[in-house]
Design a protein around this ligand. Sequence first.
Ligand code: UAG
Ligand code: ATP
Ligand code: API
Ligand code: MG
Length: 505
Amino acid sequence: MQLSELLSCLDPVDVRGERQLEIEGLYYDSRMVKPGGLFFALKGEKSDGLAFVEAAVGKGAVAVVADRPCAVAGATVITVADGRRAMSLAADCFYGRPTAGIPVVGITGTNGKTTTTYLVEGILACAGIPAAVLGTISYRFGDEAFPAPNTTPESVDLQQTLRALADLGAKGVVMEVSSHSLEQRRVDGCRYDVAVFTNLTRDHLDYHGDMENYFQSKLRFFSELLAPDQAKPRRRAVVNLDDPYGSRFVAGCTVPVLTYAIDGNADITVGTVDFTVDGIRCTLKTPAGEISLKSDLLGRFNLYNIMAAVGAGIALELPVEAIRCGIEGHKKVPGRVERVDNDRDITVLVDYAHTGDALENVLNMVTELKTGRIITVFGCGGDRDRGKRPVMGAIAARMSDLAVVTSDNPRTEEPHAIIEDIRRGIEPLGLKEYAPEEIADGFEGKGWVAIDDRRAAIRAAIQAARSGDIVVLAGKGHEDYQILGTVKHHFDDREEAAAALAAKR
Ligand SMILES: CC(=O)N[C@H]1[C@@H](OP(=O)(O)OP(=O)(O)OC[C@H]2O[C@@H](n3ccc(=O)[nH]c3=O)[C@H](O)[C@@H]2O)O[C@H](CO)[C@@H](O)[C@@H]1O[C@H](C)C(=O)N[C@@H](C)C(=O)N[C@H](CCC(=O)O)C(=O)O
Ligand SMILES: Nc1ncnc2c1ncn2[C@@H]1O[C@H](COP(=O)(O)OP(=O)(O)OP(=O)(O)O)[C@@H](O)[C@H]1O
Ligand SMILES: N[C@H](CCC[C@H](N)C(=O)O)C(=O)O
Ligand SMILES: [Mg+2]
């Protein structure tokens, strides 16, 4: 693409140097630059892209974009107001506007995004719209999947992936929109039809600082990115009004809003509902009429995810029958309340709960199903929000008969130090702390135990379980790795649980 054409997309403040250049690719990492590239010098958390401009030009970049003064010989220098936003807009143009003219649903919120994307994918499929799904698990169209290093990729990777998925036949997009991506303008080049808000609870405060900043990063999705647009006439927001932040999102919206709530008044509410061990049966009252549904998803939190997906379907004006069919026939989400089969009458569930709210929801769900004692294995990620550690510790210990505290991607932190942070939330409860060897043949009273090594922790939990018990392995879900230092080692809770069940005495 000609640089002059790209310039019209990224709204430059100043251009110095040759404009008649053919741009072969967009890059934000100097190490990846190829000849003919346009390099975006971004200011990051760890380093400043300006320091790599010469390296980029040395590798063949013919032009550089920056939002701070930048001097370099041998390349056109483009100054913009916001480098990350300019990169998003340029990527949309460069990859041929992959989100124009097709339905695009973005889902944001602390928990429930991945699950809701799968439900919306099902609804779109039933409406005859085969859609791409981008999020934590993968970037996928049908069964063709690309690995997902981030939940919401950097704008250049995002638009390139959207183009590739459209070329494979995707006629719609459902994607998770993380708060990091909103803050870093990764999605500014996406043209959404519907933006969904699930909930806002504590997470990622290592990055956002406090809940208000976290909220503000998400609000941008509804206030700025969803501004009225003639090319997207049905733009709508879908907002959970039971969440304490819900009404603030509604107030910030610049397009019509469809609200949902189980407890309060909203556009979409619950008529009847029955939660069982087999799933959810409900009737929803909606502006499109009453919808009767049954789903094999478990728990009240999944009713919220269903309502969010139904809201997206209604906002897109899809037939009620497609909405029902999509919810009832949805694809299973790997690692979300996923059962590990066994013949020992122990319910083993692998789940991705890695925040206090998610853990509380999942443990509430298993408490309602309660067939025996609850044993919960969990840890907290290293190099992530430290404040959630004691909170999760208290929830796990309070709501389980035995909490097994262990490691979950310690990254560059000392695993035992993370467990000590978790301990601070458990100790005030005054519960018995078991030594690992004390639970080798089971346990009697309520308590907790710390076992740094996750494999040993899973083995101990399953060894301690008896017929009827429920073992929840929380935090890693679909992940098939454990990150120690900066190295990813193969590790899969589902495989570990199966091995522990096979080895159980
Ligand atoms: C904190 C964070 O979000 N960081 C993201 C950010 O990195 P950064 O801007 O801070 O990068 P930096 O290392 O300071 O470098 C600055 C610039 O110099 C460039 N550089 C650097 C070195 C060099 O030799 N040459 C060069 O050009 C870098 O490519 C970058 O453009 O931009 C990078 C490029 O897009 C991301 O890969 C990186 O994600 C890191 C890996 C990450 O772990 N992010 C997580 C926290 C994240 O984004 N998570 C969310 C939500 C997760 C969830 O709850 O589901 C997600 O969407 O995945
Ligand atoms: N609506 C919900 N409210 C609260 N907790 C939920 C909800 N839906 C799912 N959960 C819990 O949160 C975990 C993560 O769910 P899911 O993967 O759908 O969320 P996510 O928002 O995509 O998470 P991430 O930010 O890691 O991408 C689930 O395994 C479950 O324990
Ligand atoms: N994708 C999110 C969740 C990771 C879940 C947990 N397994 C962890 O590593 O903290 C993150 O990177 O913060
Ligand atoms: Mg997700």
